[in-house]
Ligand binder design. Structure first.
Ligand SMILES: Cc1ncc(COP(=O)(O)O)c(C=O)c1O
Length: 364
């Protein structure tokens, strides 16, 4: 066996051993008094060792790259990221003893940059968020490294049929609930990989579950879903870290999504604050986006006289956003005034009132 193959073999053993030592993430019920007969659960991906749903993706991307023969001992791994993926990849790079460089927008939270450094990775910040891809390719060329490229490979690196992917884990954990087969799964798109896994899994397993994808304000995914125009671009990056993209990513698969909504950023952040109050701990902005998606699904079900369950993804915890989303001075400086919107989210959850009509919707 060649030295490189021997090294890859040991690297895969190390990742599999790490997986064996890890536990599954929790499924947390959240009562919806305004929607009797409808049960909501959050799949709490913040409880992974590196704090977000990207732990699953980073593991899959490293295994995919190793099994394709793309990684070499000592050669750096480079990634374009809004931060969460880079934290998880820095963790896996350190496990394997390879250098790691994250190429990220300069607006990435300080807490995320510190976490990447904590795992021994380096951050390379770019002013223009649309340049993270080209800059990653350049660094990979110059350092004889590998651009691991979540935005291309997220959908195919994950085993969509099973292998304890996020969808299989949700269905296993729902087995003894009142409504074990969720009516809706709710997720929000960064790469689009999580949504792709959910959508493919429910089709493959012949479930009736529908997948709702909740996009951010500064993002092209919703418009792409409506128009099919893959050339759409935006000049600005998303303000909800981790989700919303300025270009259509290859891992975003519109055909496995049953409905889509586009949530104004202020409403996502209001929902995030409301959710944090209800759970007694802070969560990230995209979990707020998903709560709005879940309320839209609950409204649809209530309108159709359906009872059943909804599962939304809690993507990451709030400790990464202490100096931004949870800082009153920061919110004010960004022009966010959230108190009225937090009341509106509470009115929807607690009394079943419609969420503000600023949410754009498709197929729901
Ligand atoms: C905090 C957070 N939420 C949600 C997502 C979206 O996940 P996916 O890339 O699978 O679409 C990401 C992706 O980076 C994220 O960082």
């Amino acid at each position: 066996m060649s030295d490189n193959r021997q090294w890859a073999r040991e690297a895969i053993r190390i990742i599999e051993a790490d997986f064996q030592r890890s536990a599954d993430t929790h499924l947390i019920p959240l009562a919806l008094p305004g929607f009797p007969g409808i049960e909501l659960y959050f799949k709490d991906e913040s409880s992974h060792p590196t704090g977000s749903l990207k732990h699953r993706l980073a593991r899959s991307l490293f295994l995919y790259a190793l099994c394709n023969g793309w990684l070499k001992p000592g050669a750096p791994v480079i990634e374009a990221s809004s931060g969460s993926t880079a934290i998880s990849e820095a963790y896996f790079a350190r496990l394997l003893g390879v250098p790691f460089i994250a190429v990220m927008p300069a607006t990435t939270s300080r807490e995320k940059i510190a976490q990447i450094e904590f795992y021994g990775g380096k951050s390379h910040l770019v002013e223009d968020p649309t340049q993270i891809y080209a800059e990653s390719e350049r660094l990979a060329r110059e350092h004889d490294g590998h651009f691991i490229d979540q935005f291309t490979y997220a959908e195919r690196a994950t085993d969509w049929r099973a292998n304890n992917n996020i969808a299989e884990s949700i269905f296993q954990q729902m087995r003894f609930e009142l409504h074990p087969e969720p009516s809706w799964l709710i997720s929000s798109p960064g790469t689009g990989g999580t949504t792709a896994t959910l959508g493919r899994y429910v089709r493959y397993r012949q479930h009736c579950t529908r997948v709702l994808c909740a996009d951010a304000e500064r993002s092209v995914f919703f418009d792409y879903y409506l128009t099919g125009d893959a050339s759409l671009t935006l000049a600005h990056g998303s303000r909800i870290e981790g989700i919303g993209r300025p270009r259509v990513e290859a891992s975003f698969l519109p055909k496995v999504i049953d409905a889509m909504v586009k949530v104004p950023d202020a409403l996502s952040l209001a929902a995030m604050h409301y959710l944090a109050q209800r759970l007694g701990r802070r969560v990230g902005g995209s979990s707020g986006t998903n709560l709005i998606g879940a309320l839209m699904a609950a409204q649809q079900m209530a309108g159709a006289g359906e009872s059943g369950s909804i599962v939304a993804i809690l993507c990451d915890g709030g400790e990464r956003y202490e100096t931004s989303y949870y800082n009153q001075g920061w919110l004010k400086a960004q022009g966010y005034e959230l108190s009225g919107l937090i009341d509106a989210v509470a009115a929807s959850v607690e009394r079943g009132e419609p969420v503000p009509d600023t949410v754009l919707r498709a197929n729901i």
